[in-house]
Write a protein that binds this ligand. Sequence first.
Ligand code: GAL
Length: 972
Amino acid sequence: MIVKGPLTSISLAILAVVTSAAPTSPLNARDASSSNGTSNNGLTDKVSWDGYSIYINNEPLTLLSGEFHYYRLPSPDLWTDIMQKYKALGFNGASFYFNWGYHSPKRGVYDFEGVRDVQKALDAAKASGIHVISRPGPYINAEVDCGGFPSWLMNIQSTTRQNSPEYEAAWSEWLTAIDKKYLVPNQITEGGPIIMQQVENEYSSNVSKEYMQAIIDKYKKDGIVVPTSFNEINNHSQNFINGTGAVDLYGWDNYPAGFDCSHPSKWGTDAIKTYREQHMKVNPDKPQALYEFQGGSFDPWGGPGYDNCRTMVNEKYAKIYYKNNLAQGVRIQSLYMGYGGTSWGGLATPSVYTSYDYGAPISEPGLMTPKGYEHKIQATFVHTLTKDITATTPFDVDGDNDALVYNGLQSVHSDTQFIIVQHNKSDSDNRDEFTVPINTKDGSFTLPRNSTLVLNGRDAKILVADYDFESQHLVYSTSEIFTHQSLGKMDVIVVYAYEGEDGEFALKAANGSAKATDGDITTSSADGVLQINYKHPNGTMPIEVTGAGDKDLLLLVAGYNSATRWWAPEVSARERVLIQGPYLVRDAKVSGSTLSFTGDIDATTDILVVAPDNVRSFRWNNKSVKLQKQSNGIWKGTLTFDKPNIQITDLSKATWKYKAGSPETAPDFDDSTWMVADHQDTNATVAPETKPVLYADDYGFHTGNLWFRGTFKGSSDITGLNVTAYSGDGSAWVAWLNGKYLGGYDVGSQVFKDLDLTDDDNVLSLLLWTTGHEEDGTKDDRFKSPRGFTKVETLGSNTTISWKVQGNLGGEDLADPVRGAYNEGGLYGEREGWHLPGFDDGDWESATIPDDKNRTGVSWFRTTFKADVPKGYDAPLGLTFEDKSEQRYRALVFVNGWQLGRYANDLGPQKTYYLPEGIVNVNNGENTLAVAVIPLDESSQIGTLSLEPYLVLESGKPNVGLVDSPKYSKRK
Ligand code: GAL
């Protein structure tokens, strides 16, 4: 469908005929047709499609979605906050992985209460008008424990992710639980936000088509009628487009920058310029979909940290790669992640640490980022021009600079053309000048006509030509468009480029003229075209144009930084108001003559507002603000930021209590109530070298720290002990013999010699710090890799060791179902409830933090703190460790009983832990902080702990209620 050379009006006409035929080739056998000529899956026509895009309620749209994991933000009211931010940043969709393991601590047990209330998460999306792609797996990957499988699934015999009755019985249990009560009733057909449901995840090699089909059949049986979708890895195997296991809306995943944040200026792959070609080969009748497209990156234990990931996948990456997706015809794009959040407790797989900030558009504490603003700019453009950009066909553009790539897109509904320009090498840092020829109804031109058009290094531009907007006709613009709107007696358009770049904006105008009261412009008129030339300012320059369209036009030319702070919230369907300045604008409403905004500011902020004619007064977060109307129609004023007096306990001055917490190391410790470890067989994927099996999961203990105690008779023949620990990246273990410290290690083998043995019973105590279970991306049951010891043997004599194992209180029968399966492990203090609010530490020793003593074994420290954030402010709190010590130690952080951090002084990189409001009481209530310190070296000293907000905002965020955090009561 590619037409060579610049388009003439004849070739345009041919193009229109030829290309409109392309997407309506014969229907897939399973597809039904809707009255408007689109296709659907025969179960509902509320979501339908053609070869360009999906349609929702018969309206075509470009879906710009972002991945969101409710389980990575254990404070349900903040889900509403994040969905409002999605909306503000131009996302009209969110992709939700539902995490089986998060809801099912034990076979047959499914919990959707409290922080697991998925209805609340779906309601939050719906309240912000966000369409949801639901992805219940059963397998999800997602850097979560077992890739989202429940830990109890480790103990089944069958290989998972294949067709097998045993596995199917298990996943059917999950789908029944989530589908029937939550996903089915929240479909768009029932008034809910769900528009698609994904089948499995990146199920791309070594596949069972029957297994895929079984999941689809199960969805249908449960009552899922929205289209099914599937995310192939890249576009490798082209499975599930047709035949057994085929879904309705097939698509791809791609992470072109890769995941190595330690080289942030390096992008793994150039923006892929062959998507369209590949798509047309395999799936031309359906929209082109990228169900996961790189929105950031995860970071491993010991990694460079999320600031680096944010630099790697930054706003420049967003400019190039997301615009390239548009150029390639992608009209369903879901960024992984939109908001990353926190892998609190034991939620993480070993490849990541607690923070899952991901360098995403919205940061872990819910803050705006440059990439978030860039997403808003692009998305506002796409949604404003949705009709024209959602259905396009490509044409060739003959730009003059070979270092650049030019993609032409022709709207199938109008004459509008888009020219997307990027570097051939996506990571080129060169600044290149270029010209492009365009053919419009008002003449053929080479752009720019008399200025310079540049593409900076790591930049991409979308130029628009031949575009009818409001009462105007744009001949072309070399500035990019943010949005436009007719507001009362005038039309308004906001355009932008980097500060100092030339811009040319040309309108059809028989007798037009333009003036700028505040900036230099030049204008010229010829052949019915009014051309305006300017430089993009620091800030925004208003230009008043008369005599072009039926109405006057207010042309707002913004420098890029100023553009990041323009917002265009909708006050009704397709009717936007404009506001420049604030850090965040969540929402706008017109009622009578009052325009009310909800949003956040980080400082006293000068604002510009363009509003409908009838608006006379303004409110910001329910307070009236005085704005002055300028002669050009812009209202100006200031939002005052009153710095709040936020009181937060200084942890270095707090009263700290200390208690030693590893009595298990003592030879005479009473482990009579512990579980005997005597299994001879296992379904784990790593065979034990000695028996009994010392894999905690086989005994029902799945999370956090694990204890193993082995007792054996001493003899002079025993010359040593040979021990091999098995666990994931970042794990560690510590050994004691008869109460004496032997050493602390990364996982792997150790031989201990010169043992101090008694003739009688000797006790080997092993503490294993785990970092979660593996995923199963490889489809070989890798998630069944054990956590424990593959070998423990005496050297010199084959002595029997009898074993006991201990993990979290209750094992799969959770002692604390409210905080759930991943919250606590097998430390003595966790089992006794020392981490819980209300636990009486009155008889504990006094201590200071930073500690002034070197302590051996597990140490617990407790204190309480208060934070007083006045109403109307948001001050997301972080807890920061600062350690000068070189000692290798690990720590668990509990706030009000919730495990919000796993700290590794010896690995890093994470030092600051996000404490979400709701878990923390920020209204001057008492919060309990408990920190368990686990030295790998013989002893260690914890450094400084401090509490500080990431940022202070005057905020229109929703009210955040306290999360139910049960207090201590005697356990067992
Ligand atoms: C994808 C996978 C996601 C997530 C991502 C990396 O391949 O589908 O679940 O693991 O990689 O963050």
